[in-house]
Design a protein around this ligand. Structure first.
Ligand code: SF4
Length: 468
């Protein structure tokens, strides 16, 4: 298995396939554009991959719809991180069967992390005969060729190569709105946390070339995007595969120097690689927002070792406290796993104490979900599910108290927010620098602009405010 950059000649071949699909569909659907319905599950990295796939579909002449029943092509871009997400995909796929019965020309496709797992591929083959096209995380760049063969030969195509991963450039993404854009800086992961399937399905860490990222960032600013979100499984180790260290901090500074009124966010930071230099860079770069997602997963050192996280509680708290010292209004958010195999209630209480010590703005709390092929899946796991659910509630309640106190402290203060749109209540909404949602009244022409909002009613998870 080898990591490789897809050569230009192969990419050109795929662009040619885009045109071939376009021609084929123009013959089969005369007088109208083909319609695609695509849905992405999971993390921002997956969303960014989905935007590249949508970019390819646009090149093939597809227009996009929100109603799967009207589509000529349906794609689920899947996530394998938790069992629950996989169950949802299978259940949603089941609902598509009826569409296939009424429209035999409909193409149903599944891609992403789930299908990169052998047992899932087999299940799709045997139990979902109406799924026409399956392509893995290392076959995204050959998607146009796979789709062409699927339509032309009217046969099922399964393209799931085994690989350490590839990098391919030059495919224009179709961003879901004109305000915020995801910008991948690396793919895959080298860390092998014992519970995580990502390195097995997304391959080893591959950093994109510095100059390719800078070119994309300049283009996004020129195109009027107001928020650039730099994406990687571990942004802090960006460039380590080039033999560089702290290249991410340099990248942040250089993007910050691009002229224009825009903001920069990034996700995800691994605590073992999050340097004090990165925190200094955040503090010194005016366009880098005051939020860091720094998953600690557990507050107990023995559990962290079992998870293969390569940091301990002391290291984590040093980084988090330094961040608060340098950027006093910073929001720190995190992922936490409750009920890791072998975790005791006493171990778990270290997690509760850590959240009170750091005062996180919000947490994504997950009950441990065993993933096929990972080390943790075969570890003894004696704690019953009901007990883990009780721990989950205990942690959620503690975090709710912390978040409510943090919100209350924001009352009466003015925050600059990027206005993203209207919420279900019809009010304008945006996010503060700390990535906290704030809603307020105002006209439509404020959408896509930065506005100062005074917090009048701080709720636990959302702020209500007034335009200044
Ligand atoms: S750092 Fe760990 S949890 Fe994050 S993607 Fe890599 S292996 Fe998974």
């Amino acid at each position: 298995m080898a990591t490789s950059v897809v050569p230009d000649i192969e990419l050109q071949k795929q662009f040619d396939y885009c045109l071939k699909v376009k021609t084929l569909l123009a013959e089969r659907l005369p007088g109208r554009a083909p319609l695609a319905f695509t849905h992405t599950y999971g993390c921002q990295g997956n969303v960014a991959e989905g935007e590249r796939i949508d970019g390819m579909l646009a090149q093939m002449g597809y227009e996009f719809c929100d109603d799967a029943s009207k589509a000529d092509f349906i794609l689920f871009n899947t996530c394998a991180v938790r069992e629950h997400a996989e169950e949802r995909v299978f259940s949603n796929l089941g609902r598509l069967k009826v569409f296939k019965e009424t429209n035999p020309n409909l193409i149903i496709a599944v891609c992403g992390c789930m299908v990169q797992q052998e047992h899932i591929k087999k299940k799709l083959k045997s139990s979902f005969p109406y799924v026409d096209l399956v392509f893995g995380t290392h076959a995204i760049h050959t998607f146009p060729e796979s789709l062409y063969n699927c339509i032309l030969k009217q046969e099922r195509v399964f393209e799931v190569p085994d690989s350490d991963g590839v990098v391919f450039e030059g495919v224009p993404s179709k961003h879901s709105n004109g305000i915020k854009a995801f910008l991948p800086i690396s793919y895959g992961c080298n860390n092998f946390c014992t519970y995580c399937v990502v390195p097995l399905v997304k391959g080893r860490e591959r950093s994109r070339k510095y100059e390719d990222i800078m070119a994309d960032a300049r283009q996004l600013v020129a195109d009027g995007y107001k928020e650039i979100m730099l994406i990687g499984q571990n942004v802090n180790s960006y460039g380590n595969d080039f033999g560089e260290t702290n290249l991410f901090a340099k990248l942040l500074r250089e993007i910050n120097d691009i002229p224009g009124d825009f903001i920069i966010r990034f996700m995800t930071s691994h605590p073992k690689d999050c340097s004090f230099e990165l925190i200094d860079t955040m503090a010194e770069c005016s366009k880098v927002e005051h939020h860091i997602h720094l998953p600690f997963q557990s507050g107990n050192d023995r559990v962290l070792r079992e998870m293969n996280r390569h940091y301990d509680r002391k290291r984590y708290t040093e980084v988090a406290k330094y961040a608060k010292e340098r950027i006093p209004d910073i929001a720190i958010t995190s992922d936490v796993i409750v009920g890791f195999p072998g975790e005791t209630h006493e171990d778990f209480l270290d997690t509760v104490s850590l959240i009170r010590e750091i005062e996180f703005s919000s947490l994504y709390i997950f009950i441990f979900s065993p993933r096929v092929g990972t080390k943790a899946a075969s570890m003894p796991d004696p704690v019953p599910a009901e007990e883990k659910s009780a721990w989950f509630k205990e942690l959620s309640d503690a975090q709710e108290e912390v978040a409510a106190a943090r919100s209350l402290a924001m009352k009466g203060k003015v925050y600059r927010a990027l206005v993203e749109g209207r919420n279900k209540a019809g009010r304008l909404c945006g996010r503060t620098s700390q990535n906290i949602m704030i809603e307020f009244d105002g006209p439509d022409d404020l959408i896509g602009t930065f506005q100062n909002i005074k917090v009048t009613e701080p709720l636990t998870w959302i702020l209500k405010g007034e335009l200044q």
